[in-house]
Design a protein. Sequence first.
Length: 610
Amino acid sequence: MPPCMDMERFYRQVAGFPPNPLQRAAWEAFWKTEHPAMLIRAGTGSGKTEAALLPPLAAGRRVLFVLPFKALLEDLSIRLARIGCRFSKAFERPLALTLDMGGSCRRIRCVDGTYNELTSHRHLFADDLIVTTLDKFLFRLFGYGEPVKSYIFCHRVFGSALGKHPFLIFDEAHDYDGLAFSNFSRLLRTLYEKGKDVCVMSATLPRETASFLDPVDAMEGDLATEQKRFETNVLGRTSQQLHLVRRSAPNTARGERAAFLDAMVEEIKRRIGPDRRLIVRTEWIGDLLDLRERLEDHDPLVYHGRLTMARRRKVIARLQQCQEKDAGFLLLATSAVEAGCDLDAHTIVTELCNPDSLVQLAGRCNRRGCMEDAELVVVGNGVKPQLRTLPQDRHEDYLNALEAMGATFDAAALRPFFHSPKGDWMGEILFDMLWDYVYDGDLSCKPLWDRGILVTRSWEPSVTLCTGLNPEELPENPVQVSLSRLASRVAPNEMEDRPAHEIFSVEKDGMWHADLYRVYFGREGHDVRRRTYSLQGRVGAYWTTLLCVIKEPFRDRYFDSCLGYTRLPTVLRRAWKVGFERTLVVKPGIKKDGRVDLNKWEALLWYLER
């Protein structure tokens, strides 16, 4: 489609509505240069997805959406499938969409306004829209994608003779920090310097983080004023009422938690109604599950990071269905609800959280701007110390800023408190070495690539937690958790005086609730076979895929098909650390009297700990 393609008509046909000022500015920024490179900053619910996607779609480009978390893929895929259906009907041309989840992918083909879905393990970046995570994109980019044709992924991003040039969109960019931010920023800078067309989207990412990109900024300046005027005068968007609930809690941790839960339940029950959509957010899954017990009569839905992908799809579908019928719902969620979920609630009741999170969360309240009685209720006296991104003095300023808002929530007033992501120098070196080998042919970096060292998000590896293996040895009900989440927090000197079953997930008779395995992929002719083996000896956690399988007799203690993993098995002990190298003991030995034997174990795992 030519640049002169009528923007207004294209938006109405493909998005279903006319463009707003942000979307007009993004369209113009895309077409004004041969190699667009944009930073779109705008509030949640302002139409950033359409602003970034529709211009390259009109240009007939291949679009790669790169997201920070796997959990965001499902919600975005629903939105993109709807856009794809309208596009295929309006222009009588099929449009194919791939959700790349690493070991498998879902492919959606939109034809004549409808779509059909198929499951496949291969796609080679060939479709019109590819949605993936930063982890999987880097995996493909550095040539780990396929046993034989891994170079095709690299070619379809950097090839000079491509008939369909890619446009890369990085959404929710504010969610990267530490090692993940180093990978993201290094990748973004490299793509830009190589002349690749990119777009970064965020509601809270500081502008200076990607200062080399052309800003399309609806958070500050003239565009922000124009967008605000459009939302108020044209859409009739109203602001959320803000209610701060500050309770003086008992000094004990147990008493403080009880007071917090009591306050949350009180605020929730005041606002529950058959036609009202209510989102409740807590930091910890344990608090969320306690709230569910207290609110069970109201049939709440649950959404958090330890739900299986299949269950997340069902929850999102149920919420979307309620919204389409303008019906009410009660959703209990953790921070997983802050990004990606296209929700429009009348009321949000949340534990006091960091300013970036609060702004993201507020975007799920009165998202369409049509509710005159929308409320944001913030409960608590402070952000949990373990989770604070602000030092103590700035934390006090943040609380004062919330107090100063009065009865109307003002996201702009919290901008000075947004977290500026920081990189990791070791991660930057790792990225540069892999790049030098794969794209510049530096053979001195080949040993690093040969060992498969690609650390994308954290130096601490993750493990796939599941409830069993199917006949193909694939995990059932899989979720990813950090390795240390399966480790006991009891100090070694305290273990010797306590029974093992009080510290670890093991019965008095010595039966463990879960087993740890390592996964290998081996070739048998033209096929790649997956095999699992027990851990033995000393194993580097970076050299293998780790699997934690909960045994059948104990499954119900840890997993519920609707609630996900309600608790985690403890099968590891934190042992010694030498330099950056942290060692974990797998299934510590148990003495005849039932106490832990610190000198025996089934295996050892090590990883780098900064």
